[in-house]
Design a protein around this ligand. Structure first.
Ligand code: PNS
Length: 176
C-alpha cells in the first residue's frame, strides 16, 4: 500500500466559516487523509472579516480536527493545490443554484491543470440553504445565527458590533 497521503484542498472565502463548511470538512475527512482549508487572500467580494480574522476563526472552529490544516492562498487555485501536493479540490454543492458556477469553475480548473480533480460533496440537508452571506445578513438584522455557525463566529460577530468601531454592515437591530 502507498504511504502517499490523499490530500484535498477545500478553498473559499470563509467570511466567516459556517456549520455548512464544517460539515463539508468532516465529510472530506472521511475520504481524504488531510483537508487543507485554503482561504482566498484577494477576494473581489469585500470581506467583513480580515484575512487574519478569517484564519483565526477557522483555526478555532477546526480545533480538535487533527487532519485539518488552515492556510491562505492567492493566485490560481490549481497552482496552490500543486504547491501543497493536493490532487483534489473539494467544494460543497448545496443546490441546483450552485451548480452552474461550480461547474464552470471545475471545468476551468481542469483546463488549467488536468491533474487536479474537483470533488463535490453535499452538506447535510439542514445546511443546504446556508451561506456566509446569509449568516451575515441575518445577524445584522437581529436574527439568531447560533445554530448556523460555530460559537467562535457568534462571539466574533458580537464583538464586532459591540466594539467602538462598528464596521460596515454589522449594526444589529437586536441581540442574536
Ligand atoms: O467561497 P467562495 O467565494 O465561493 O470561493 C471561491 C474560490 C476562492 C474557490 C474561487 O474564487 C477561487 O478558486 N479563486 C482563485 C482564483 C482562481 O483559481 N480562479 C480560476 C478558477 S475559477
Amino acid at each position: 500500500m502507498s504511504s502517499r497521503k490523499a490530500r484535498a484542498v477545500f478553498p473559499g472565502s470563509f467570511d466567516p466559516i459556517t456549520n455548512g463548511h464544517l460539515d463539508i470538512i468532516d465529510r472530506g475527512l472521511k475520504v481524504f487523509d488531510e483537508v487543507i482549508v485554503a482561504i482566498l487572500v484577494n477576494s473581489d467580494k469585500r470581506p467583513l472579516f480580515s484575512l487574519e480574522e478569517r484564519v483565526e476563526i477557522a483555526r478555532s472552529a477546526c480545533r480538535g480536527r487533527r487532519r485539518v490544516r488552515i492556510d491562505t492562498f492567492s493566485g490560481l487555485l490549481v497552482d496552490y493545490a500543486m504547491r501543497v501536493q493536493a490532487e483534489v479540490i473539494v467544494r460543497g454543492l448545496r443546490a441546483i443554484s450552485d451548480f452552474e458556477f461550480e461547474f464552470q469553475m471545475a471545468l476551468m480548473n481542469r483546463r488549467l491543470n488536468s491533474r487536479i480533480e474537483t470533488v463535490f460533496m453535499m452538506p447535510a440537508e439542514s445546511y443546504s440553504y446556508l451561506s456566509s452571506r446569509m449568516v451575515k445578513e441575518v445577524f445584522r438584522l437581529g436574527g439568531d445565527v447560533s445554530e448556523l455557525v460555530p460559537p467562535v463566529v457568534v462571539r466574533r460577530l458580537r464583538a464586532m458590533t459591540d466594539g467602538p468601531h462598528r464596521p460596515r454592515g454589522t449594526r444589529r437591530k437586536g441581540r442574536a
